[in-house]
Design a protein around this ligand. Structure first.
Ligand code: PAF
Length: 265
């Protein structure tokens, strides 16, 4: 496995031309089994799998959240190697943002809802860095988790709108046995918060309206950012202490489906 800490070194490698069909898994590190499932799918479907690890400051609306974002570079590299990643790209801010963020990619509709309504500028930061990474890596396919469903939909829209020659592949949310969606931020939960966290995923499946789900979560000690159903999907974001959890479940033809359990409506 090759580790590139320089964008220009990576571009040289790509231009050397022997990478074949490239599968790309962009991440912010602190890799978990959810990332592992994206990597495995890419390895299966591609000649070369490229993983990027970059904690993108432009998508954080809160300096403490950025400062506390878990960082486990050496464990990440071990996991990447064990899963047969070919190249890891670990760029710096100076390399990725030579323009100092003068240029950005905006979406002005769906990005304003759900997480976007609560995290100022978040999706502009995400879309901008993903656009940069896709242009650097030039993958045939890029893999994203369904847990970040709004992010996934916005990236699909960006790829279509800008005619990028890349297939965006959404992969199922991976959950712990108790139903909690895997997330790098789970590492910041205390033992007590971790014990309580799956109540959030289960609440999204409850046979209640969005307001009732929100007030049930508040009663259980969560600080609710939003619970909102759009189309056939219920989205939610809550805080346990300083840790923000997001999740979403599909409301499927009379059944609420989320991989935790299914209940008839
Ligand atoms: O989902 C993430 O980890 C990030 O938002 C991404 C897509 C790597 C962009 O920084």
């Amino acid at each position: 496995m090759k580790v590139c800490t320089s964008v220009s070194e990576f571009i040289k490698l790509r231009k050397a031309g022997s990478l074949g069909r490239i599968g790309f898994v962009p991440t912010m590190g602190a890799l978990h089994i959810g990332h592992g499932s994206l990597i495995e799918r890419s390895v299966k479907e591609s000649d070369t799998t490229i993983l990027s690890i970059y904690v993108n400051p432009t998508q954080f609306d809160n300096v403490d959240d950025l400062a506390n974002y878990p960082d486990k570079n050496s464990a990440d590299l071990e996991l990447a190697e064990s899963l047969n990643v070919d190249v890891v790209l670990m760029p710096t801010y100076e390399q990725l943002y030579p323009d100092h963020y003068r240029y950005s990619v905006d979406e002005n509709k769906f990005s304003q809802q759900l997480c976007g309504a609560h995290r100022q500028g978040h999706f502009t930061g995400v879309l901008t860095v993903v656009m940069k990474l896709l242009n650097i890596v030039r993958p045939s396919s890029a893999y994203f988790g369904e847990k970040d469903q709004q992010q996934l939909r916005l990236i699909e829209g960006m790829v279509d709108s800008f005619f990028l020659d890349c297939q965006v592949i959404g992969c199922d949310t991976v959950r712990d046995d108790d139903g909690l969606a895997l997330s790098s931020r789970n590492l910041n939960l205390t033992v007590e918060q971790r014990r309580k966290a799956p109540v959030f995923s289960k609440a999204l499946t409850m046979l209640l309206n969005d307001d009732e789900v929100a007030s049930s979560l508040s009663d259980d000690g969560f600080k609710v950012d939003y619970i909102q159903t759009i189309g056939n999907r219920r989205y939610g974001a809550v805080f346990l202490g300083q840790v923000r959890l997001i999740d979403n479940v599909e409301l499927n033809g009379g059944l609420i489906k989320c991989g935790v359990n299914e209940v008839a409506q």
